[in-house]
Design a binder for this molecule. Structure first.
Ligand SMILES: Cc1cc2nc3c(=O)[nH]c(=O)nc-3n(C[C@H](O)[C@H](O)[C@H](O)COP(=O)(O)O)c2cc1C
Ligand code: SF4
Length: 488
């Protein structure tokens, strides 16, 4: 995990929890409309991958327990984890790329309605992602994966000052590179080859030489639209198109996208496919269904999008008809930490990952509400342009005081809390009942995120302070699968 250098170690401070009367006067607990749907309050549990689906992407009892448990706290809305829209294996992550996934998803919808007594609106985040391979054993990389080219031979001849390298056998080039120092490898291999060796091979939307990447603009609108129809059939109140973090659609939006086919380069070109995907989704689900999105207020990486790009995109998204705009920050592969051999690069380990899920080791701004300013700037521009889709902000919001102040000052329309809701899914209910002092407060040390990185069942460290007999444990037998019940 990356921390700001020479950072400050923050602690949780006392906060004022409201009385029932204060709650009744608050904005946080006022309803809000999103498209044709009304949320009972402006509280939101954003998407969080819990690693609980079957290996082939079906809903399990553990998924039901997970979402059902969040629903008990009755937030205004819950967004289901990033759910894959293709019919391809992706490990224990939920999928919606075929009709066979609908019955399980339907069960989940029914369970959430039941557990929240019909109060919580239930959306699903739908995602496309490209291939990311694990960091290889160097021996294997040089003997199997690296394609030896004439370019390598030319560079070897040049650097070693011997024309013999121009005709040397492939096997000898491989052996030389394998035993070369890192700096020599850097001189001979190209940037992508070095990345494949030291981080693991990763596809990009700019790999236009690969037919399946080249044709993304033809393929994606259709598969997003088909996934949205399935979401509607399963009974979800709406879909959230995942245009944020390290994944395909965010990469189209990125300032680093220099595709040459009209879908890269200028902002207008980069937003083209995201808008085409929206149109296809809207056409398939109709005007009365909620279609929102999540995108980045700032990519954080070098040469990536800044707030000005995000403002432009926000206006375009609002103009075309998205029902809500959920703003996140960072979470990119480009600045991620080098993974261990055999592990895959994880987009929340570098500076952009830190900005996405800020921790208590922070800088002078601190982890609390750190990203609200991005949502505010986008909201102001979108509203000034005459559009009013609710703008959702996330990032270190775990007190009523901060949530309410953000709404009162018109900085955002809905407050999303991921880790605080994980630490205590009853926290909304506790506030509403004037019992905020009983909230188990997230300490933002990112134990949960570390589990996500290891592809282990996500749990919260604080849950394990209470272990009663018979409670379901994770597959390593060490942790509770769901939080303790609130003993009212
Ligand atoms: C374990 C875990 C899994 C996450 N999975 C997703 C995801 O599937 N999609 C997404 O957009 N964000 C995901 N996030 C990011 C959160 O939705 C949220 O934006 C981030 O944690 C910052 O909010 P917070 O400070 O309230 O936790 C995940 C966060 C955590 C901790
Ligand atoms: S594990 Fe830590 S960071 Fe994650 S929700 Fe629990 S207290 Fe918060």
């Amino acid at each position: 995990m990356w921390y700001p250098p020479n950072g400050i170690r923050y602690k949780l401070t006392e906060t004022h929890w409201p009385t029932v009367e204060e709650v009744s006067k608050s904005l946080l607990f006022q309803p809000i409309k999103i498209g044709n749907v009304t949320l009972s309050s402006r509280t939101w549990v954003p998407a969080m991958v819990p690693w609980r689906a079957t290996e082939d992407g079906f809903v399990t009892e553990d998924n039901l327990d997970w979402y059902g448990r969040f629903a008990v706290g009755r937030p205004g809305a819950i967004v289901v984890e990033a759910t894959g829209i293709r019919d391809i294996p992706s490990g224990p992550l939920l999928r919606i790329g075929h009709d066979r996934f609908i019955p399980g998803l339907k069960k989940m919808v029914e369970h959430v309605k039941e557990e929240s007594h019909g109060e919580t609106r239930f959306f699903i985040q739908i995602i496309d992602f490209l291939s990311v391979k694990r960091r290889p054993e160097p021996d294997k990389y040089f003997s199997k994966f690296l394609t030896i080219t004439q370019d390598h031979r030319k560079k070897l001849a040049e650097i070693l000052n011997s024309e013999n390298w121009l005709t040397v056998d492939e096997i000898n080039v491989r052996l030389f590179l394998q035993n070369a120092s890192e700096s020599l490898q850097d001189q001979i291999m190209n940037e992508r080859e070095i990345e494949s060796l030291r981080q693991g091979y990763r596809e990009r939307v700019t790999d236009e030489h690969l037919p399946h990447i080249k044709n993304l603009p033809e393929v994606l609108p259709g598969i997003f639209a088909a996934a949205a129809i399935r979401a509607r059939e399963a009974g979800f109140d709406g879909v959230e198109l995942h245009y944020a973090h390290a994944y395909t659609m965010a990469s189209f939006l990125s300032a680093r996208n220099n595709r040459t086919d009209g879908y890269g380069g200028s902002k207008e070109n980069r937003v083209k496919l995201p808008l085409e995907v929206y149109k296809a989704v809207r056409k398939s689900v109709g005007n009365d269904y909620v279609v929102g999105l999540r995108f980045l207020g700032d990519e954080v990486i070098e040469a990536g999008n800044r707030i000005d790009d995000a403002i432009y995109f926000g206006e375009e998204f609002a103009r075309i008809g998205f029902d809500f705009l959920s703003i996140s920050k960072g979470g990119k592969f480009e600045d991620a930490k080098q993974p261990k051999i055999g592990a895959a690069v994880y987009p929340y380990t570098g500076p952009s990952g830190y900005e996405c899920m800020p921790t208590m080791n922070s800088d002078e701004i601190g982890p609390f509400g750190r990203n609200i300013n991005l949502a505010t700037k986008i909201k102001q521009a979108v509203n000034q342009a005459g559009f009013f889709p609710p703008i959702i902000t996330a990032g270190g919001i775990s007190t009523f005081e901060l949530a309410e102040k953000t709404l009162q000052e018109n900085k955002a329309d809905i407050i999303a809390s991921a880790r605080q809701s994980l630490a205590d899914p009853d926290w909304f209910l506790k506030i509403k009942l004037g019992r905020g002092q009983e909230i188990r407060r997230c300490n933002y040390t990112n134990y949960c995120e570390a589990l996500d990185q290891l592809h282990k069942e996500v749990t919260c460290k604080l849950w394990d302070q209470k272990k009663e007999p018979g409670v379901k444990l994770t597959s390593d037998g060490r942790r509770r699968m769901i939080p303790p019940d609130w003993e009212k």
